[in-house]
Design a protein around this ligand. Structure first.
Ligand SMILES: [Zn+2]
Length: 437
């Protein structure tokens, strides 16, 4: 009888313990400058996360309501950055190909720059998209979305990319419709011929699948002027990338400001993207065009092996560079979050609305002497540089430059059972003598 009672008491105690409610939030970022363009927020606030989603954004949230609280005073809290133009179809072993050696593995370049979502801009076409998906998209921690190349074989080099016989809007749309939300656009790129075929087929695919077309306009040809592309061929909502390359009539020769094609294209609703890359950004265009009030709609890197170590480096270097030539901090944040999300019709991303996926970049604005480069190796000096401090994907820390989330090594780690709710990093559990994950 006595034993029975003690068992019952134990059961009650266990029930009471397990019924103990979890704190209201898994993770709380306290005191940062929240910049959320979609929700028109630019203010010091706290951001609370629960179950991988944004739970609340407000001032004065109580630290006791969260399993883990991180002090981010003096830093910027942004939605996780979206890089609208990258090349990440790496690992096929194909030489000299963006469906191979010219691409980079996404996770090596993203979280360390505050990026949680990238858009692969046309490395794969409808023929090899599923290989790209299996090889990269499904195996990356970064959220990888894709624009299909209008060339079925994708961005494998001249022999394929100039093959008008493999530019098929119908087949491209059909593949895009199999992966809604994942294939979020169509890319036309690198074409050197005088014909409009890649653009026409890309627009056919875009219309069928209700997706935007992004254009790298290739070789400048008199038979297909930029003016016609932006005022007749493309539709409102389509995207012109490499806007400051100077390779294709982007600049008005007299005023040095935006060309008539740019001005009329923007008035129709064409979006303009930086795609700075290895050979697509010059200060001699960007400085006067921006100073005359024509600013980008989105900042992107055109990340690949030819841009990762040269002038572009990463998206925060691009953003810092843009700040050095006239864009404000709220503008560059919007151009890496809400604006690209709108362009690719993924407005669930790039914001901190309660209920949205908790992808967050905590960024410090460092002051000092910095220099920024362009494709012809000229420099602009800057006094500010954006640095990714902490990156959170799906509510969990995936990058922590200075250990903001860590305890001093001499401190007791305390109870680590709930750590997996807010971090991907391990911590030693002294009671179990094992590593919590
Ligand atoms: Zn590119």
């Amino acid at each position: 009888m006595k034993k029975l009672i003690s068992c019952a008491a134990l059961a009650l105690l266990t029930a009471a313990a397990s019924a103990q409610p979890l704190p209201a939030y898994d993770l709380l970022l306290r005191g940062g400058r929240v910049i959320d363009a979609k929700n028109r927020i630019d203010a010091v606030m706290d951001v609370a996360i629960k179950d991988g989603k944004i739970a609340r954004v407000a001032p004065g949230l109580a630290p006791g309501d969260a399993i883990k609280t991180i002090d981010v005073r003096g830093m910027v809290v942004s939605p996780g950055l979206i890089d609208l133009h990258v090349h990440v179809y790496n690992g096929t072993g194909e030489k000299g190909s963006y469906a191979g050696d010219l691409s980079v593995p996404p996770d090596g370049f993203t979280f360390r720059a505050g990026v949680t979502t990238v858009v692969d801009a046309g490395c794969a076409g409808w023929r090899n998209f599923e290989d790209f998906k299996d090889r990269i998209i499904d195996r990356s921690k970064t959220r990888v979305l894709a624009m299909l190349n209008i060339v079925g074989a994708g961005m494998r080099g001249g022999k394929w990319e100039q093959d008008m016989g493999d530019m098929d809007g119908e087949a491209t749309a059909k593949m895009a419709q199999r992966y809604p939300g994942l294939i979020i656009g169509v890319k036309a790129a690198h074409f050197s011929g005088p014909e409009w075929k890649p653009i026409d087929e890309a627009v056919i695919a875009g219309n069928k699948a209700n997706l935007p077309v992004m254009v790298d306009f290739g070789v400048d040809q008199p038979t297909r002027p930029l003016y016609d592309l932006l005022t007749k061929k493309l539709r409102p909502g389509d995207i012109y990338t490499h806007m400051f390359s100077g390779l294709r009539q982007e600049q008005d020769p007299a005023s040095k400001g935006p060309s008539k094609a740019f001005v009329e294209g923007r008035a129709r609703g064409i979006y303009f993207d930086t795609g700075t890359g290895g050979g697509s950004f010059k200060f001699m265009l960007a400085v006067p065009i921006i100073s005359q009030g024509f600013k980008p709609d989105s900042l992107s890197t055109d990340l690949h092996t030819g841009s990762m170590n040269s002038a572009t480096k990463d998206i925060l270097n691009v953003a810092s560079k843009m700040m050095a030539i006239g864009l404000s901090l709220p503008e560059v944040i919007a151009d890496m979050t809400a604006h690209p999300a709108r362009q690719i019709k993924r407005e669930d991303l790039g914001n901190l609305s309660p209920g949205s996926v908790a992808d967050i970049a905590v960024i410090s604005v460092q002051k000092g002497r910095f220099g920024y480069l362009d494709m012809v190796n000229t420099r602009v000096d800057g006094a500010q540089k954006l640095v990714a401090e902490l990156t959170i994907k799906d509510g969990k820390i995936v990058y922590d430059l200075n250990g903001l989330s860590a305890l001093p090594w001499t401190a007791s780690p305390g109870d680590v059972k709930l750590d997996p709710r807010w971090t991907t990093f391990p911590r030693q559990d002294p009671a179990l003598g094992v590593t919590a994950r």
